[in-house]
Design a protein around this ligand. Structure first.
Ligand code: SF4
Ligand code: SF4
Length: 171
């Protein structure tokens, strides 16, 4: 049984489930002041993302809406909100906890799945094009070093990332 299933079986409410996760511990401290939303560069450019709203929905137990929606993937992890939250809610970390729950349930946007696949295969999430390599040399920059994909694979393996990813791909 996977962790999210165990948590559901244990009868945890969604806020408790998030708070039990690494990074999610502070979610219940939020008192909805909105400082995070007014500090967020992503919220400024799209109505589809608002960290205060995301925390509110989570606290209200709207698990499916939060986990299956796009919003949790829109945060750019700038930490502006976290620096300013008067309640010291670790908002960016809470969003990582939400993403981890979504990832474990296979609810991951295709682009992130491609990033994960490229990371496991090449050690980089984006392939370096010939154009970029050429541009580097015209700017006097040295060629990019090999990524050390074997060391990275060992780290990803030790954290369980590759197994989790493989399970997700089979779903
Ligand atoms: S700034 Fe902190 S307390 Fe205020 S709404 Fe955002 S998370 Fe909640
Ligand atoms: S860390 Fe995410 S939620 Fe917080 S301000 Fe930056 S983009 Fe917005």
């Amino acid at each position: 049984m996977e962790r999210a299933e165990r948590e559901k079986a244990a009868g945890l409410s969604f806020p408790e489930e998030v708070a039990s996760r690494l990074g999610g511990e502070t979610i219940k401290l939020c008192y909805q002041c909105g400082t995070c939303a007014s500090s967020c560069p992503v919220a400024k450019i799209t109505p589809n993302f608002n960290p205060r709203e995301l925390i509110k929905l989570s606290l209200l137990g709207e698990r499916d809406e939060v986990i299956s929606g796009d919003a949790i993937w829109l945060c750019c992890s700038c930490y502006n909100c976290q620096e300013r939250c008067p309640q010291k809610v670790e908002i960016a970390e809470v969003i990582y906890a939400l993403r981890n729950i979504a990832f474990e349930e296979g609810r991951i946007p295709p682009i992130y799945s491609e990033f994960a696949s490229a990371l496991l295969r090449d050690g980089r999430i984006i392939k370096v094009s010939k154009f970029v390599e050429k541009k580097r040399s015209t700017l006097g920059l040295p060629p990019l070093k090999p990524t050390g994909v074997e060391a990275l694979t060992r780290i990803l393996s030790a954290t369980g990332f590759n197994k989790l990813y493989e399970r997700r791909e089979r779903k």
